[in-house]
Design a protein around this ligand. Sequence first.
Ligand code: PDD
Length: 281
Amino acid sequence: MSRIAYVDGQYLPLGEAGVPVEDRGLQFADAVYEVWALRGGRLLDHAGHLERLGRSLRELSIGWPVSPQALDVIVRELVRRNRVRDGLVYLQITRGTAPRDHPFPKEGSGPTLILTVRRKDPGAGDRRAAAGIKVRTMADIRWGRVDIKTTGLLANVLAKQAALEAGFDDAWLLDGQGRVTEGTAQNAWIVDADGVLRTRPLGNDILGGITRATVARIAAGLQMKVVEAPFTLAEALAAREAFITSATTYVTPVIAIDGQPVGSGVPGPVAQRLRAAYLLA
Ligand code: PDD
């Protein structure tokens, strides 16, 4: 069965779906996006992702192309039409199409809504989490508002590619003070030498991950101590455990950073427990 995409009111076979060349998403990355995990037919953290989408749109003064309630119906309909139970829902809203010019267009198509659904083997992510991933650190060269979930991801793409080419699974990005901001598409966490979970506080320099927020709540519910505080590369290397969170990786252990093992160099109990709890939540 061919995949079905949704573009501005129409459900279309993916190969026939498209946007005009002058769409501002293409011209300027003037667009926001969201990613939901679908697991066993369930959209994980559905409300949280919708809420963050609203924030991204507000920050960029892009209007809702349809109401959040209508969007909810479209997302579920698209999932149904694609018959996917395990995978990802990808959403993008661009500022729409208008002759290429930097200022927001006074006239134009209005915001463009694009949705796709992709099947994913849940076993692959579970196996990856069971093995743990190895990251390298790199300078964070992204712009100053990465708290807005825009499609302007070139720096993330380059960091990921460089990490893969160097034989790592991913990259952790470092700010000017040698502190970890986040991963290329995931929030970064450690379990420090005292057993305290640490992740960078919200600010303009990280994306406020929806998985991050849910995992923090779950951890607190399991009587784990969570502190929102930045950590340096040295602290990460001295940590008992490290892990990442995102809609695509849930909770996945990081077992080595820059070629040095974290803790005993195998997935740790805290990350494993949180992953299991997240997938049950
Ligand atoms: N990325 N940080 C960055 C830079 C991200 O791109 C993401 C998500 C996260 C985690 O956010 P959440 O827990 O809400 O997924 C943190 C998505 C999955 C992506 O770009 O594919």
